[in-house]
Design a protein around this ligand. Structure first.
Ligand code: PAF
Length: 277
């Protein structure tokens, strides 16, 4: 496995590897959710590349950029086991040198949900992902369904800017009690870890209500909200039943929809979602 510590080193690897390249962008502190993406990339491409970069521009001033968990040695051991071909670990100075001035903004899809609670977040995500795509020149890039809005934003950016790659969205990987895997789960103490299962419980309930024929989105939001409110350690940022493509809130579930939520468990902010079928 090659490790490229600079953009120039990665580009030199890419010049020597001209076949199909699968790409999994990450912020490190890898878990099974990331490794599933890597395995799918392995199956579908002749080479697999992964980036590890905790991107400062997608964190707000009061968010956890400094505290974000990092363990590059462990990450590299996991990636080596998955037979990854190359890992890009650029520095912030290499990605955003002094005088850096160019940003990618995807409109509309970024205004709701995470976008309205984390101003500037998707501008940082779209910019870094566009830069990584230009550096890596992947054939296919892999993203988790857990960050559903991020996946939609990246797909839209790729379509709108005629980028020459395919975006693949892979189902969320969950712990045995339903909690969606996330690097941020490490922040939870044992009581909070237990309380965090409330996200999945609320989403499950939404799915079940729809399956029983309930189409009233507001009623489903209310049921989800009351499940979360009963958990004393949980505080709601949003509970949403929205159009699965545009993320516009629905009053009736009369088209493909997504239930999503953001909940603070103690100081940790968790998100999760499910496509309503
Ligand atoms: O999902 C993530 O880990 C990040 O948002 C990404 C896509 C690596 C961009 O920094």
């Amino acid at each position: 496995m090659e490790i490229a510590q600079t953009i120039a080193e990665f580009k030199s690897w890419r010049k020597r590897n001209l076949g199909s390249v699968g790409f999994v962008p990450t912020m490190g502190y890898l878990h099974e959710g990331h490794l599933i993406l890597v395995r799918q990339a392995r199956e579908e491409n002749s080479k697999v590349s992964v980036s590890i970069f905790v991107n400062p521009t997608q964190f707000g001033p009061s968010e956890d950029f400094k505290a974000y968990p990092r363990d590059t040695e462990r990450d590299l051991a996991l990636l080596e086991k998955e037979q990854v071909d190359v890992v890009l670990i650029p520095s912030a100075e290499d990605m955003y040198p002094q005088g850096y001035n160019t940003w990618v903004e995807v409109e509309k899809t970024t205004e709701r949900l995470e976008g309205s609670h984390r101003p500037g977040h998707f501008k940082g995500v779209a910019t870094v992902v566009a830069k990584l795509f230009n550096i890596v020149e992947p054939t296919k890039a892999y993203f988790g369904q857990k960050d559903a809005q991020q996946a939609l934003v990246i797909k839209k950016m790729v379509a709108d800017l005629n980028m020459n790659l395919e975006v693949i969205v892979v189902p969320t990987v969950r712990e045995s009690d339903g909690l969606a895997m996330s690097s941020r789960n490490i922040y939870l103490n044992p009581q909070e870890r237990q309380a965090a299962t409330v996200l999945h419980k609320a989403l499950n309930q939404a799915q079940q209500l729809l399956q029983k024929g309930e189409k009233d989105a507001e009623l489903i939001r209310q049921v989800m909200t009351s499940i979360i409110t009963k958990e004393p350690l949980a505080a709601i940022d949003y509970v949403s039943i929205a159009d699965a493509q545009t993320l516009e809130e629905l009053s009736q579930i009369d088209r493909p929809a997504i239930a999503s939520l953001a909940v603070r468990i103690g100081k940790t902010r968790l998100i999760d979602n499910t496509l309503l079928t």
